[in-house]
Design a protein around this ligand. Structure first.
Ligand SMILES: Cc1cc2nc3c(=O)[nH]c(=O)nc-3n(C[C@H](O)[C@H](O)[C@H](O)COP(=O)(O)OP(=O)(O)OC[C@H]3O[C@@H](n4cnc5c(N)ncnc54)[C@H](O)[C@@H]3O)c2cc1C
Length: 412
């Protein structure tokens, strides 16, 4: 990795083919894809790399069990496609960064045979959709087998569990590996460099971005043929800088986690509660020597401060303690974090927990800005591929296939 001063000095004098705004999973994935396809690329982030939603995740590489249920119940093809795509992306994430990912077994506790049949069928469907990308077969675990693996589970109403596989990853490390891979491939990346305005030609097309160094507060100009907006929760603000009066597309859903010592619920597997009484999914996941419990889902506005509130703690403890033999107390919590899922709305006012975790690439015909909105960590690579396909198309370049499907990341 170049020193920041070096990278900064270079950005101010060079001209790029692609400038990516945002250094979370989405932007880092886009910048790497563009650079690997031979386009001279720079990435700028207004804060630290990987400081947004991309490090507030539950750290699971998954298709989404809840979205599958919604796809089936609502005969929702869009939800099905999201699950299908994510299940197939899962395997690429695991292969391209083996030192920061691993397959993980999830147990879904069941209180009766109806629940065993329902969950068992659902997980077989999950596996069937994954096809060759399946990790390992789901199966029923008896009450004794379940308690052996999760001795802290409340046993009174436990009949057994359904065990299935997804992946787990180190989100901060993975995000940095994407950026290091970009730099290794010849691209440039600068943090604490916030886009504050665009310069346009007479027709309103973007020519360059005005960027403010957040340390010196000095401004400099970044010239690029195309600008990719991967600002996550800040995507609408960038769209607004490119063209006045655009209709907001982002819906933000706050998610919070609490972090506990692993001794509070000793386990090597993850626990999935498929439906709380208010219709949400909860996870308890081993994370190094800690246990992450999450997540909440409440709609927030752009710019709202994101922190773990007392209400979040009370919500998570109330629901998780229904499944734990020994109730967790708030004093046992060692830390916590919260972030905003950048979801893209197709219009209407659906509840954020029902919005598909789908992504959309928007090409603004007037300014030429290419915005990538929505999605999730698991699909960041496919999102980047779609975005850079759109960049090539808008530049009038012959389409070249993305190469990130099989590109070992920095350190792999
Ligand atoms: C609680 C929670 C749990 C989740 N769990 C999972 C999970 O287990 N698995 C999964 O697959 N997904 C999960 N997700 C979803 C996933 O984390 C997000 O979809 C993904 O990280 C979004 O990445 P991003 O790069 O689009 O946004 P961000 O990571 O927020 O990155 C956007 C970046 O843009 C920068 N930026 C903004 N404005 C400007 C500007 N003007 N100039 C320059 N830079 C700017 C910001 O500084 C930021 O770094 C979870 C999300 C949350 C919130």
């Amino acid at each position: 990795m170049k020193r920041r001063e070096e990278a900064l000095a270079m950005v101010a004098v060079e001209s790029y083919e692609v400038c990516v705004i945002g250094g979370g999973a989405t932007g880092a994935g886009c910048a790497l894809d563009a650079q690997l396809r031979g386009m001279k690329t720079v990435l700028v982030d207004g804060g630290d790399f990987a400081s947004g939603a991309s490090t507030a995740a539950t750290k699971i590489i998954h298709g989404g069990v809840r979205y599958l249920e919604e796809a089936v119940k609502g005969l929702d093809v869009k939800q099905y496609e999201v699950v299908n795509r994510a299940l197939h992306e899962r395997i690429h994430m695991l292969h391209n960064g083996p030192y920061m990912t691993r397959p993980l077994e999830f147990l879904i506790p069941c209180a009766n045979w109806f629940s065993v049949a329902y969950m068992g069928f659902g997980m077989k469907l999950y596996e069937w959709i994954a096809g060759k990308a399946s990790l390992f077969a789901s199966r029923f675990l008896s009450r004794a087998e379940t308690l052996k693996r999760m001795p802290g589970l409340a046993s009174a109403r436990l009949l057994g569990s359904i065990a299935y596989a997804d992946g787990q990853f180190d989100d901060a490390r993975y995000n940095m590996a994407l950026i290091n891979s970009l730099v290794e491939a010849g691209g440039n990346a600068v943090n604490y460099a916030r886009v504050v305005a665009f310069n346009k030609d007479a027709a309103g097309r973007l020519e360059s971005a005005e960027v403010e160094d957040q340390f010196s507060e000095k401004r400099f100009t970044v010239r690029a043929s195309r600008f990719v907006n991967a600002a996550g929760p800040g995507a609408d603000a960038i769209r607004g800088l490119a063209r006045l009066g655009v209709v907001a597309r982002m819906r933000l859903s706050k998610g919070a986690h609490i972090v506990l010592p692993l001794e509070a619920f000793p386990t090597r597997d993850a626990l999935l509660i498929p439906r709380t009484d208010d219709g949400r999914v909860l996870f308890a996941v081993p994370w190094f020597d800690r246990l992450l419990i999450g997540t909440t889902e409440t709609e927030v506005k752009v710019g709202e401060e994101l922190y773990l509130s007392k209400g979040d703690v009370a919500y998570l403890l109330r629901h998780i303690n229904e499944y734990f033999a020994t109730a967790i107390r708030a004093e046992q919590i060692v830390s916590g974090y919260a972030g905003a899922r950048p979801l893209v709305s197709a219009g209407g006012s659906r509840d954020t927990k029902k919005l598909a975790r789908d992504h959309e690439v928007e090409v603004d015909a007037q300014s030429g800005l290419i915005s990538i909105m929505g999605g999730k960590w698991t699909t960041h690579r496919a999102m980047a591929e779609d975005t850079i396909n759109a960049v090539q198309k808008s530049l009038g370049h012959a389409a070249t296939p993305g190469v990130t499907v099989d590109h070992p990341l920095y350190g792999s």
